[in-house]
Design a protein around this ligand. Structure first.
Ligand code: AMP
Ligand code: MG
Ligand code: MG
Length: 367
């Protein structure tokens, strides 16, 4: 939208006319007052028109040709003119402090990043031994330990970020010890072969190798194992650490490492809640609506977020992990605050558990 500017020739004639009028009617003070008011009004109007023209040309400059100039609340979501470019401009261009404030406000509003309290994310999707029909109360043993380490690419000094990327991966198969033989069902489901687990290190060994990986990235203290950066575990549902890791630590008689303790970020829950909340904003606040949230598997999460389909082989630990990482990247891009909210009980017990490391076979419904 262009503002009409007053014609300068017409304006000077008008002013001359007013001055003549003042001279002619100088003896009459009422007419003098009226004339002064008219002159003042014309001056103010001319200034305002000039300022408005400068301001609108400034905001149009640099924006894509199909877009309208910015006007306060109507800020385009994608177009972003970096604040650095704006502040580099000569200040003589700005005719008032209000205009400068407006530009700063617009630049700040276009920053879609949210405050992200965590610095790193460990995405994990384990695979475990299984039998068809045995369910998840069974003593599954971990056979694949794949982790994607993700970090922010764009975290600001205020802790705001939106670009999350994989910076490294760790993957190891794990040798089961209670039932070292994989079922055909398990190999068909996960793609993991008997030869791969036979030549793999045990769970305790994998934990040690993985602790070195964490230390090499400065995430934990190599001696004490204590976290020294703010990172959290992320998985598709709560099962990986809550169930599989807790069971495996029991079977392997391995205490749960410090770096595995703490709450986890249940990516499935975050996406499932987000999917409903984005179509109905009341859902996150009404408890009755929350109970109807549908649990979405990884392909469904990708679809809900408008991403291309699952990449790789479903139920391969490393492929599942990479696809969960894709979901994480998209949640971050959409401004979802990523933090662990699902608590884990490392002392959870199943009724097949005897002394540490002992599986009470007679309690198992499914042998
Ligand atoms: P996922 O992360 O979905 O690939 O599953 C992790 C583990 O859960 C698998 O390695 C199996 O041990 C177990 N699992 C997954 N689906 C089934 C199923 N349909 N029946 C039995 N166990 C399963
Ligand atoms: Mg899984
Ligand atoms: Mg999996």
């Amino acid at each position: 939208m262009q503002l009409a500017s007053p014609d300068p020739d017409g304006l000077s004639s008008f002013v001359t006319f007013l001055l003549s009028l003042i001279q002619l009617l100088a003896s009459n003070w009422k007419v003098f007052l009226l004339s002064s008011f008219l002159i003042l009004s014309v001056t103010v109007f001319t200034r305002r028109a000039k300022q408005s023209k400068e301001s609108s040309s400034l905001l149009v400059e640099g924006s894509p040709p199909h877009q309208k100039p910015l006007n306060g609340s109507d800020i385009p979501p994608v177009y972003h003119r970096p604040y650095s470019q704006i502040s580099d401009r000569s200040t003589s261009k700005w005719s008032s402090q209000a205009q400068k404030d407006l530009i700063v406000k617009i630049a700040q509003k276009q920053d879609h990043r949210v405050k992200q309290p965590y610095d790193a994310f460990l995405v994990l999707d384990v695979e475990a031994t299984c039998e068809e029909g045995a369910g998840f109360e069974w003593p599954n043993e971990i056979i694949e330990w794949p982790v994607c380490l993700m970090r922010w690419k764009d975290k600001s000094d205020q802790g705001k970020a939106s670009q999350l990327e994989i910076v490294d991966e760790f993957r190891s198969f794990v040798k089961p010890t209670w039932r070292p033989q994989l079922s055909q069902f398990c190999t068909d489901l996960t793609g993991i072969t008997q030869a791969q687990v036979d030549s793999a290190p045990t769970f305790q060994k994998v934990l040690k190798m993985f602790a070195r990986f964490l230390a090499s990235h400065g995430l934990i203290d190599p001696k004490s194992g204590r976290p020294i950066q703010r990172f959290c575990w992320c998985s598709d549902g709560p099962f990986d650490i809550r169930d599989f890791v807790v069971k495996q630590c029991f079977i392997s008689k391995a205490p749960m490492p410090l770096w595995l303790k703490g709450n986890v970020l249940d990516v499935r829950r975050v996406v499932s809640v987000w999917a409903v909340a984005s179509s109905n904003p009341d859902t996150t606040t009404k408890p009755s609506a929350r109970s109807h949230i549908r649990s979405l598997n990884i392909p469904q999460q990708l679809q809900a977020l408008g991403l291309p389909g699952f990449q790789g082989r479903l139920h391969s630990g490393i492929d599942d992990t990479r696809n969960i990482a894709r979901v994480m990247t998209e949640l971050a891009r959409r401004g979802v605050r990523l933090e662990p909210k699902t608590s884990i009980n490392p002392n959870r017990r199943w009724n097949w558990m005897g002394k540490p490391g002992e599986v009470l076979e007679h309690t198992l419904m499914f042998q």
